[in-house]
Design a protein. Structure first.
Length: 393
């Protein structure tokens, strides 16, 4: 067994050039408005357990297998962001796959087997999730049939307000509205709701927990729903000095219909001003500007996932014979909540199965994990949103 830790510098020059070229196609105006904020990448990471293979044995083959594992991890994650029954990814994502290794911030090899003239490794690959989401959103946004419709449900509390009010044309809504338009999205303000929700329901959605915003979003039919608030606090200056006004904008992004959350973020800002009202408005505007880029990315991701709410894709490595695959399908079909099972493609080293299922992923994963076929149990390797990767032990 070989244990290796590899760390890769994040975003070398060639990736930055690739990103700028595509961003110029969609977002060049936004970069001028938001400056460095738009380019900032948070340290959000994701670890996926995958298998990598290479022909031959020795250090060179081990390196190739490691690269294979990194590419597989990126590919699996891309399938969750751009779901499709087709086993191949859209050609528009080729720039991401071409630079797959640049998204891997760490790779921990758990097992390395050399058999005959082949090398196989099992590894935990850590990816820069925020960077991948940003690049996918940048590449896929121009290819959507229409601009994503984004409902803005945002509260704000400035000055002497005790609770955030969800009102049209507030500072936080105006800032979001302008930012979403610059990111080529189609924002819709709270007045679009036409009094379908009373103020109490809106306030509970923006001040409550994830369950509250999920429930609210599931009763809408927009591509994405941005739910959140911007709150201010005032610190009096020492010795009668100028007050310091701080603002924090916190938002969650959900899909319409099912309410699934695709991201959340927050930003803070502060100004010094003797005028609490105008100073608070400026602080809210600055804090909100800091969350625009990530929120826009989350909205695009929500739009891409709208068509995948009632199916799960299962990828099985080395599935074996058609008889065993058929046995897999029959047992999965017997799982409560499964409406259909279909083989999308079957090869000697991989099989991809579409499962008609809209229930909780934990229930399906528990039911499938450990099922034995011809004496070989099915081992779940990873679960990403509505994608399951498994292999026979």
């Amino acid at each position: 067994m070989i244990t290796t830790e590899i760390r890769v510098a994040r975003f070398p020059a060639r990736i930055q050039r690739f990103r700028l070229n595509w961003a110029g196609f969609v977002l060049i105006g936004v970069m001028l408005v938001l400056g460095g904020c738009a380019w900032g990448v948070s340290p959000d990471v994701l670890t996926i357990r995958v298998t990598g293979r290479a022909n031959g044995i020795g250090s060179s083959s081990q390196s190739e297998a490691l690269q294979s594992a990194q590419r597989e991890a990126v590919t699996q994650y891309l399938h969750t962001l751009v779901p499709s029954d087709d086993p191949t990814l859209p050609p528009s994502l080729e720039p991401v796959l071409r630079h797959f290794s640049q998204y891997a911030t760490a790779c921990h090899v758990l097992r390395c087997d050399e058999s005959g003239e082949n090398t196989r490794i099992e590894a935990d690959v850590t990816l820069s999730e925020d960077a991948l989401r940003y690049d996918v959103a940048t590449l896929m946004l121009p290819r959507l049939r229409e601009k994503p419709k984004v409902l803005l449900v945002l509260g704000e509390m400035i000055g002497k307000d005790q609770i955030p009010a969800v009102l049209p044309d507030s500072v936080v809504e105006r800032t979001f509205f302008k930012g979403m338009e610059q990111f080529h999205l189609a924002p819709l303000g709270v007045k679009t709701l036409d009094d379908r929700f009373i103020q109490q329901v809106l306030v509970e959605a923006v001040t409550g927990n994830v369950a509250a915003s999920t429930s609210f979003s599931s009763h809408t039919d927009y591509d994405a729903v941005v739910v959140g608030s911007s709150l201010t606090t005032v610190e009096q200056g020492a010795g009668g000095g100028i007050p310091r006004i701080s603002a924090t904008t916190t938002v969650r992004v959900h899909r319409g219909r099912d309410g699934a959350m695709t991201g959340q973020t927050s930003g803070t800002a502060a100004v010094y001003s003797p005028y609490l009202e105008s100073g608070g408005e400026q602080a809210v505007q600055d804090a909100t500007t800091r969350v625009l880029r990530k929120t826009a990315v989350d909205c695009v991701i929500a739009t891409l996932g709208r068509q995948t709410q009632e199916r799960v894709l299962l990828t099985v490595e080395k599935p074996g014979t058609e008889v065993r695959v058929q046995a897999v399908m029959e047992l999965i079909q017997s799982v409560p909540g499964v409406s259909s099972v279909q083989v999308l493609f079957l090869e000697t080293d991989r099989c991809r199965i579409r499962i008609g299922y809209s229930g909780p992923m934990a229930d399906l994963t528990d039911a499938v994990s450990g099922l034995a076929f011809a004496g070989a149990p099915l081992k779940i390797q990873s679960v990403l949103l509505r994608e399951i990767s498994a292999t026979f032990e």
